[in-house]
Design a protein around this ligand. Structure first.
Ligand SMILES: Cc1cc2nc3c(=O)[nH]c(=O)nc-3n(C[C@H](O)[C@H](O)[C@H](O)COP(=O)(O)OP(=O)(O)OC[C@H]3O[C@@H](n4cnc5c(N)ncnc54)[C@H](O)[C@@H]3O)c2cc1C
Length: 240
């Protein structure tokens, strides 16, 4: 599939659902109403208007089959213009955004091994990508490592479980860096666990914390992965 990226434009819509996935993560569903049909490719993001002049980027966490509804999943643990704005929104409130933006999408040619490495809400753009991979009926072997600080931060695990049954050759691993005593899964950072079986036949997709993304890219390059096979999105923090 060759991508013809839609030009980003200003869209207007309203909130149709707002859900706390855990005590610091909100999933917001927006229906895009004007001026025309909104379209995007899985992995792209929107810039949500959070006050008269300011926008914040959030990846689209839903698949195209839900259009004109799009979801975003965001951290709201900090005091920020974006997080406070989304916390204040109610069902039916008008919203506006510019999009779609970004080039963090699945490449036309998929290799035998696809390795996804994400932290926190960096999982958001991967969710529609997994649905795209399911539709493509890919034969690639797909492994996803998701890093959270503690178990309470985990979200959308039921979706990942459903992907394990729908998407053949898909496995996911949750890594907790500061687990409680009862956590029996991977303990540590995702960078402690992932393995590359076949360097020549692996594509890597990295998303989330900017320091993690930079560190992983450097490591992958040292391992011999060509940079054309590394796809990434850094969730740069604004407002600093
Ligand atoms: C392309 C792209 C896509 C993104 N997609 C997502 C997404 O899908 N979900 C998502 O949650 N984020 C995403 N981000 C990151 C998000 O845009 C930033 O975290 C943004 O700064 C949040 O804006 P804010 O107004 O809430 O906080 P700001 O006003 O920007 O910051 C206020 C304070 O909070 C701190 N802060 C900001 N964000 C965080 C955070 N996440 N954790 C801890 N402290 C923080 C800042 O350093 C600052 O001190 C994305 C970023 C990019 C570049």
């Amino acid at each position: 599939m060759a991508y013809v990226f839609p030009r980003p434009a200003q869209y207007y819509g309203k909130v149709v659902k707002k859900e706390y996935l855990n005590n610091k993560t909100i999933k917001l569903d927006i229906v895009s109403e004007k001026p025309e049909k909104f379209f995007f490719f899985p992995g792209q993001f929107i810039n949500l208007k959070v006050n008269q002049f300011i926008y914040r980027p959030y990846s689209i966490a839903s698949y195209i089959d839900r259009l004109p509804i799009i979801s975003i999943i965001l951290t709201v643990a900090h005091e920020g213009l974006g997080s406070n704005y989304v916390k204040s929104l109610n069902i039916g409130d008008p919203v506006s955004f510019i999009g779609p933006s970004g080039r963090f999408v699945l490449p036309d040619e998929l290799y035998k091994y696809l390795l996804f490495l994400v932290t926190g809400t960096g999982l958001a753009p991967i969710l529609p990508m997994l649905q795209q991979l399911t539709e493509l009926k890919t034969n690639s072997e797909i492994e996803l490592y998701v890093g959270f600080r503690n178990e309470d931060d985990i979200f959308e695990e039921s979706f990942l479980k459903s992907c394990e049954s729908k998407l053949k050759n898909f496995k996911y691993h949750i890594c907790i860096s500061q687990p409680s005593q009862k956590w029996a899964g991977f303990q540590g950072r995702i960078t402690d666990f992932y393995k590359i079986i076949d360097i020549e036949n692996t594509q890597c997709f990295i998303c989330g914390n900017p320091e993690m993304v930079t560190e992983v890219i450097e490591r992958l390059k040292l391992m011999g992965i060509n940079k054309t096979r590394i796809f990434h999105e850094k969730f740069v923090l604004f407002g600093k």
